[in-house]
Design a protein around this ligand. Sequence first.
Ligand SMILES: *Cc1c(COP(=O)(O)O)cnc(C)c1O
Length: 372
Amino acid sequence: MSSKDHQTTRRVLDMLHGRARKLAKGDSLTPPIVNASKYALPGAPDHPFVYGRYDNPGWQAVETAIGALENAPVISFPSGMAAITAALMALAGPGSRILMPSDGYYTVRVLIEDFLRQHGIEVVYVPTREMDAHDLSGFDLIWLETPSNPGLDVCDIAGICTRAHRTGAKVCVDNTSATPLLQDPLALGADMVVASDTKALAGHSDVLFGHVAAKDDALIERVRQWRKLSGATPGPAESYLAYRGLMTLELRLERMCANAGALAGLFHGHAAVEAVRYPGLPDDPSHAIASKQMTRPGFIVGATFASEATAERFIDDCPAIFHATSFGGIQTSAERRGRWGDDVPAGYVRLSAGCEPTDALLEAVKHTLDAL
Ligand SMILES: *Cc1c(COP(=O)(O)O)cnc(C)c1O
């Protein structure tokens, strides 16, 4: 086990036992779902629990648990986009210049074009594979999403952070596809991490959730202030679901990454697949940097089929693949990203490996591939 892996597993231990270590006799191991808008507040309003929009015991429970993995303070949000909006509000303002990945999560670009540009924020888009060579001078914020979604290109977080800080820019990483267990952007020098915990972190396809993490107190307080003022607050029940899903994240990722590696190998050697993208494959363009900055190459695999029709048939015919958008769930799922207009070949399928037994999953996928 590498020292990087050892540090990660120690954080998992702290995440799992963090709450238990602080319990009094008779307290429940699981955090309670506290449905509250009002809290008892006599005298000065000098307590975290003054009003439901300010704080909730369920937010604190999930934030402490995610914080054990991030090794940093965390603010929770009702979705990944709410977390991303908070990060942009904390890091950018009128006159800010942002460098954004052109191949990152599509909705972030729409948010910027439809709402932020009109407030005097300037944005330049660059593909993730060109980030490492791009001149960062003149930018206030560098936004990274690596591995990129859906193309699975990877850029060098540590290298970009060093260059960005030299010219006074902040770096924010959307770490959704890696989760804090596969990649630690804050340790690599990033100022802020955002994530959609709707995906692998909560992991059961039953809740929308998100978080922001940052080591700098002033930055994290600005994000907290944004949540309090904007009212982008997670529900108590959703906070519990995210907490509950998080408890098995490490266990699920083990199986998901193993399944992704096995599927990538199967795709790689199969005549029905024209091209495979998986950072774990030694000949993948992302392999070198991914091996350096990730503990595992992830659970998402890209496979290109000869045509749109063949790709659709593959997804629909395989009894071990759920045809849906999004990723990071228990069940293996896939979709053709071209249907959303992503800049990928028409036959490109993004597959998110789930937690099925590896042999059964491989057998079902191979059977479908053979019959295409
Ligand atoms: C899904 C996703 C988001 C948005 O998260 P929601 O929880 O759907 O709001 C942001 N970034 C990435 C990389 C995502 O995959």
